[in-house]
Design a protein. Sequence first.
Length: 189
Amino acid sequence: MYQPYPSSGQPAEPERPCAPAPVLTAVKLMYAGAAVSTVNLISALVFIIGDHSAGRATVNGRRLTAAQVSHWLPLIITLAVVFGLAEIALWLWMARANGQGRNWARIVSTVLFGLATLQLIGGLREPGSHAGFAVMVFGWVVPVLAWLAGLGAVWLLWRPASRAFFKPQGFARVPPARPVLPGRPPRPL
């Protein structure tokens, strides 16, 4: 079989092995998290656009007038879209990078999961909404589903079967040198 010689004069990098099953499952869970986040964004937009009456909108315990609500509505929609799309993009980016065996992506995914945990805990401490069952379902169940997808993905990324896939390729591990004390012969390894 013919293998072309690298033209740069550099030896070719060894190919990374195929992703183990836990990593592939973690990547699928990240895609599921992106799908859940998409549903969450759509439901948030439907709720914001469809239910922006002044009777329910409050800020710091004060009810907003219809004029105040319509004044802030474009900003609220813009922020919801920007943060929703950013969340979806992070899910997809981490899925792709982890599927390629990038160790930094495994670490970033873990940090993002920690932040999502803090956000979920903070959201559970907020007082309940009286907006109805649909708001409760999309306000609590959907974020919990996304959190569970993140939990499963992070757990699978740090499994022992996944560790070898995330090790840097092309670097040989050299054990640290043992110090030699003056007047003593070096100990055998």
